[in-house]
Ligand binder design. Structure first.
Ligand code: SF4
Ligand code: SF4
Length: 487
């Protein structure tokens, strides 16, 4: 992916937006310095031909009907700031950028190849420089940056989750105001519980017996050295998915190597416009995966995979790191690509009989353009009937902490997703991103239809892992019961 730089002369940008976007600002001054950062990618903004094809794909435009809450409108605001016509601290710039989910559905449908996600991150950096993020966001980003306090937070969350109190609070707390936000947070935590703490075999929804014989398929890995990104929230609340990922890779003939020194991928920081923090995390991961000598980096969280693939862009202005960042970024693959991309086919295991609804994470579908590999992974499981969720290309409303920071809009988008999941009638929904799993799981609990019969949420790799366990690929260590342990 090549990006051009240089402000370049732009003119004739169509339409004067609302909120005084067209009002000229005096040159120089602090807003001029701030707009320089956007001006550096100004020629990227010029790729937009204002056709409006992206409008019907945008969840915020669909619901709010305001041009300024569409991709085209936001690009127009960015253009106004880059040209010094709009103050980056203005309510219009702050509000409409803040309301963007960063789902990048607009990129998929754009005929001009506007790299909206790249522009959004830079625009948010400008917005944050003009007006700092709220305290909650700063606290969260600060926690993610500090490994020890973060681990303590995750450990406390797991303890709370084990008490089952989050389920109760999600059901009984008021839905408005601060209590409403706490209720949503509790619903997200409850949604991170293992759906099958004692193995899928015991789940009434999914049948099939343990076969106990290894498949004769030739493993496709052929000894390729793979490092697995453990992540922050993924390892804190979905450790079981990381463990399943390692088992599945080894069962497919990959050599999984330890990667000491790795940490958070930096996606949360980048999406919030905290690019310096994101760069610091990227450098740490590049050094760690380089030192481990991996051929491929397997990522089982779509948001993290998208961020790591774009390390080259993030560090493009860092002479010392830019080449290393591009090399590492090119080695990053979603776990479904490792197993079922590049002409590979995962081994098939024993039957797991039942129905599952698949919902693709935006950062897999739109940011990474990975469409079929997750379905190929699921289709490698004998007996499993896979149904795609209606309007699967639309965001679930999770978008990092969007559900917490934008309870109304995120809630409306999330309720629609929950409805589409319920329509499938499947007892399980599967998606490859922890944020989406928690958002969908939370919305299924909070959509007013009650928690009885709420579809469970799991990662596709957990299903393949269970299929392998039943096939006897893991021998005695394959029992995945996690009662009382970290899950
Ligand atoms: S689809 Fe692309 S070119 Fe058309 S308005 Fe949207 S961003 Fe601009
Ligand atoms: S990233 Fe998503 S929410 Fe933001 S403008 Fe694009 S489609 Fe709309």
């Amino acid at each position: 992916m090549t990006r051009s730089s240089g402000a370049g002369g732009r003119g004739g940008r169509g339409g004067q937006g609302e909120h005084g976007v067209g009002a000229d600002l005096p040159g120089g001054g602090p807003e001029g310095a701030l707009s320089h950062a956007l001006g550096a990618v100004g020629s990227q903004l010029d790729h937009c031909v204002h056709c409006g094809f992206c409008l019907p794909a945008c969840p915020t435009y669909i619901r709010l009907g305001d041009e300024a809450d569409s991709p085209r409108g936001r690009l127009h605001l960015m253009g106004a700031v880059s040209e010094g016509r709009l103050d980056p601290g203005s309510p219009a710039f702050q509000l409409h950028l803040d309301r963007c989910l960063g789902c990048r559905a607009c990129e998929t449908v754009c005929p001009s190849g506007v790299e909206y996600g790249y522009l959004l991150e830079r625009a948010r950096a400008v917005a944050r420089e003009a007006r700092p993020a709220d305290r909650g966001t700063r606290l969260l980003l600060g926690l993610v940056e500090r490994p020890i306090p973060f681990r303590i937070w995750m450990a406390l969350s797991r303890i709370l989750r084990r008490t089952r109190l989050p389920r109760l609070l999600a059901r009984h707390l008021p839905s408005q105001g601060l209590a409403g936000q706490a209720r949503f947070g509790m619903a997200m935590l409850a949604a991170s519980e293992p759906v099958f703490p004692n193995g899928l075999e015991e789940a009434p929804a999914l049948g099939g017996e343990s076969v106990g014989t290894a498949s004769p398929d030739a493993p496709p890995g052929k000894g390729t050295r793979v490092g697995v990104l453990m992540g922050c929230v993924q390892d804190g609340l979905f450790h079981r998915v990381n463990q399943a990922t390692i088992r599945v890779l080894e069962a497919n003939g990959f050599q999984v190597v330890q990667v000491p020194g790795q940490g958070c991928c930096g996606a949360l920081h980048a999406h919030a416009g905290a690019l310096d923090g994101a760069r610091e995390m990227a450098r740490r991961n590049i050094a760690a995966f380089e030192a481990a000598g991996v051929d491929e980096v397997a990522v089982n969280a779509a948001g993290c995979g998208a961020a790591m693939k774009e390390y080259g862009d993030l560090l493009a202005d860092d002479a010392q790191w830019k080449d290393r960042a591009r090399v590492l970024g090119a080695r990053v693959l979603d776990i479904s690509q490792v197993l079922a991309g590049n002409g590979r086919t995962p081994r098939s295991g024993a039957p797991v009989e039942g129905r599952v609804a698949y919902d693709p994470p935006c950062h897999l579908l739109h940011a990474q353009r990975v469409v079929t590999p997750p379905l190929r992974v699921l289709n490698a499981i004998p007996g499993l009937e896979v149904t795609e969720v209606r309007d699967g290309a639309e965001c679930c409303g999770g978008a990092g902490i969007y559900g917490l920071t934008h309870p109304e809009l995120g809630g409306s988008i999330g309720r629609d997703k929950a409805e589409a999941v319920r329509e499938t009638g499947a007892p399980l929904v599967t998606t490859g991103n922890p944020g989406c799993a928690m958002q969908i799981g939370a919305m299924l609990r909070l959509d007013g239809k009650g928690v009885d019969g709420v579809p469970g949420v799991c990662h596709p790799i957990e299903l393949l892992d269970e299929s392998y366990r039943r096939a006897g690929f893991y021998g005695l260590r394959g029992r995945i019961g996690t009662k009382g342990g970290r899950s």
